[in-house]
Design a protein. Structure first.
Length: 276
């Protein structure tokens, strides 16, 4: 039995993201088109001989264990199977943190899938998705591992065909808080102050651009204001239908502190091969 496993944790784009309303429990009903892309974090999981869990990463943001989704995933899995599980996890982050690309949720899903495989726990995909939902609304999608229309709080998934588009993904040097963005959406929705033209594709586009004038300025001076889309609650934006002239102009205007990625769509997640 292997003592170690290396996993590729994919990112996702929200091709569309609509908020349908707020539930009595404070969660929000959404409808979103989730598309997997070939931008990956790399995770190595080792069985630990020490009676503790350790998580190391190259990320500049240090997240305490009780707030770290991977740490929470290990604890939740251990509780579910009523078995002590100790792991050393090393994550090489490539997916921007706080960028609306699902990096943290993908890491949590990979931890659940990888540990289930390493320890031969034999949990089904539905069981792993149930545990994942306790960690975050996007985690079940990354365990599901296929492109989907998500509804409910993001946990009801209907498989759809893979996008045929390639993507230019731009990541400003901004950490966007999902919690804060939903609170602002609630405020504007109560005032009927959301712009329908933007809300049709992403309910948070107006909010994000109002809060980050430098992103709005970039969009106004590049070729992409009418063609950009926001992923999740930000901060990453993406394009999927720029012509060569528009692409060249957009690339020339990208601020030096921003990151950009040329991404292809994935038919399914590479994590699925570890689920029996």
């Amino acid at each position: 039995m292997s003592e170690s496993l290396i996993l590729a944790c994919p990112a996702k784009l929200n091709i569309t993201l609509q908020v349908l309303g707020k539930k009595n429990d404070g969660m929000h009903e959404i409808k979103s088109h989730f598309q997997l892309i070939n931008l990956f974090d790399e995770m190595q999981i080792n069985k630990s001989k020490a009676l503790c869990n350790s998580i190391r990463t190259n990320a500049s943001i240090d997240i305490e264990n009780d707030k770290n989704l991977v740490y929470q995933a290990i604890k939740a899995l251990s509780k579910y199977v009523q078995q002590d599980i100790y792991c050393e996890v090393t994550i090489k982050k490539n997916i921007p943190i706080g960028g609306g690309l699902g990096g943290g949720s993908s890491n949590a899903a990979a931890a659940l899938i990888g540990i289930n495989h390493l320890y031969s726990l034999n949990l089904s995909i539905s069981e792993l998705m149930k545990i994942g939902l306790e960690l975050g609304a996007d985690v079940p999608f990354f365990i599901f591992g296929k492109n989907a229309i998500a509804s409910g709080i993001g946990d009801k998934l209907h498989e759809i065909k893979c996008s045929k588009n390639n993507f230019l993904v731009l990541s400003p040097n901004i950490h966007s808080s999902t919690k804060d963005m939903f609170m602002k959406w609630d405020e504007l929705n109560a005032q009927n102050a959301l712009q329908p033209s933007m809300a049709d594709e992403n309910a948070f586009a107006q909010i994000f651009l109002d809060q980050h004038k430098e992103v709005r300025k970039f969009l106004q001076t590049s070729s992409g204001f009418s063609k950009f889309r926001l992923s999740g609650t930000g901060s990453s934006i993406f394009y999927m239908d720029l012509n060569p002239t528009e692409l060249e102009k957009t690339l020339k205007k990208i601020p030096t502190k921003w990151r950009h990625f040329f991404c292809e769509p994935l038919q399914c997640s590479p994590l699925l091969k570890y689920i029996t």
